[in-house]
Design a protein around this ligand. Structure first.
Ligand code: PMP
Length: 375
């Protein structure tokens, strides 16, 4: 008897734009030091774990019912957090939450992008912007960055004027490069976009709590097309929770509800996020430690002779690795020493997330040895 025929993805009637594509995913390898996905290295503190258990136990008693579809209590607390830390007063009417900021971005593209429409991002940047565009049938335009990974306002506004996108993504601090975008640049791109066509400008602030500068949240005032996207995955140390949110004009919050699945945010998720928000001050204390470690990584990498892109995030882009295959070879040499960093496909550059001091020491030892080998 012959072997069972194996059905492959491309044997299925999948949409044309998905043919031959691979799913997003950083390698999840079992190595001692994992600094490849910009996670927060600190486990949640024990009192918070206890509080989550309490809140989830209470929620469990009501799991026969659908959750609060509008997540009112959670949005109220997120608005309080934003008002406290973002330099601008918002209410729950300005805030919407979903399962990770990836879902927030998906809902925005379902609402403002879609078939026959386009979105632009300035690359290299967060690759899920283009992948979610593809998944929602939104055309993708790769906008330019300079060689130093800053956004050149003239080049970027030209790309906007020529392509007239429906959605503009600006990631600040940017992933994977780490550098922030100034308020002036964001405003210039916003104004250029509005001049070309009424469009939505999404400022992805996933890493803003690690920034030397301030949040761009105040820019939503008087700009109903400007959306700030946030997450609890990084600063709150809760990547496993899956909780992202946005702040914008209340009309945007109303609009995304046209596409959100009913009851998309489980009662368990809402309870857990509320518990984490009760411990904001402790969690932001870890952010301060990570910022100091990030600055140490930048300084030590430079002292060792690497080039480093200025970082406002909880990760650092370093290089340069010159020559065919050199970047991946460097990634492998670092991995051989038990440290997993990220090759984002930016030629010549790798990215390392700030870990605990001991993890960062292990990384620095590995790249110092690599430098010795190479010289
Ligand atoms: N935006 C940026 C710039 C990111 O780097 C990430 C996570 N890597 C996200 C959004 C998505 O985060 P999450 O879905 O966990 O909120």
């Amino acid at each position: 008897a012959g072997a069972e025929p194996v059905t492959r993805i491309d044997d299925l009637p999948v949409r044309d734009e998905l043919r031959g594509k691979s799913p997003y995913g950083a390698p999840q390898l079992d190595v001692p030091v994992r600094l490849n996905t910009n996670e927060n290295p600190y486990p949640l503190p024990e009192p918070l774990v206890e509080r989550i258990a309490e809140r989830v136990r209470a929620a469990a008693r009501d799991l026969n019912r659908y959750p609060d579809r509008d997540a009112v209590e959670l949005r109220t607390e997120l608005a309080r957090y934003l008002t406290r830390t973002g330099g601008h007063q918002v209410t729950r009417a300005h805030v919407w939450a979903a399962n990770g900021s990836n879902e927030v971005i998906q809902q925005l593209l379902q609402t403002f992008g879609g078939p026959g429409r386009t979105a632009i991002g300035f690359e290299p940047s967060y690759s899920m912007h283009s992948l979610i565009a593809r998944g929602t049938g939104t055309g993708w335009i790769s906008g330019p960055r300079d060689d130093d990974f800053t956004i050149d306002v003239d080049a970027a506004t030209k790309a906007i004027a020529e392509n007239r996108p429906d959605v503009v993504f600006i990631t600040t601090p940017n992933n994977p490069t780490g550098n922030a975008v100034s308020a002036e640049t964001v405003l210039a791109l916003h104004d250029a976009a509005q001049a070309a066509k009424p469009s939505v400008v999404v400022v992805d602030e996933a890493y803003v709590e690690f920034s030397h500068g301030a949040s761009l949240l105040p820019l939503i005032e008087g700009r109903p097309h400007l959306v700030v996207s946030r997450t609890m995955s990084k600063a709150f140390g809760a990547a496993g929770l899956r909780l992202g949110y946005l702040a914008a004009d209340p009309a945007v919050v109303d609009a995304v509800q046209l596409v959100r699945l009913p009851y998309h945010l489980s009662a368990v998720t809402q309870a857990t996020a509320l518990a984490a928000l009760e411990h904001t001050d402790t969690l932001l204390g870890y952010v301060e430690q990570l910022k100091a470690e990030r600055d140490r990584l930048v300084a030590e990498l430079r002292a060792t002779g690497y080039e480093v892109t200025d970082s406002d995030a909880n990760f650092v882009q370093f290089g340069r690795f010159e020559g065919e295959g050199a970047t991946h070879a460097a990634w492998q040499r670092i991995l051989d020493r038990g440290v997993l960093v990220r090759d984002n496909g930016v030629p010549g550059w790798l990215r390392v997330s700030a870990g605990t001091p001991a993890e960062n020491d292990a990384f620095l030892d590995a790249v110092r040895e690599l430098k010795k080998e190479q010289s």
